[in-house]
Design a protein around this ligand. Structure first.
Ligand code: FES
Length: 63
């Protein structure tokens, strides 16, 4: 990977936005993606973990 710079941004009351180039692995060690932007769940309610599926809005997540 040439440029492995990634940027992380906490979205108020929502997911973690990850942009740039990085490697995101699943629990089996397989690469899910190498490039953002992706939105990672912080509330624990997503049915599509590790990604945000918008469920934080219904759950009233604050953080
Ligand atoms: S942060 Fe969006 S579903 Fe969890």
């Amino acid at each position: 990977m040439e440029d492995n710079t990634a940027q992380f941004k906490v979205i108020a009351n929502g997911p973690l936005q990850v942009s740039g180039n990085f490697e995101l692995f699943d629990s089996e060690g397989e690469i899910i993606t190498r490039q953002g932007p992706v939105f990672l769940c912080r509330c624990g309610m997503s049915a599509d973990k590790p990604f945000c599926d918008g469920s934080h809005k219904k759950s009233g997540f604050r953080g």
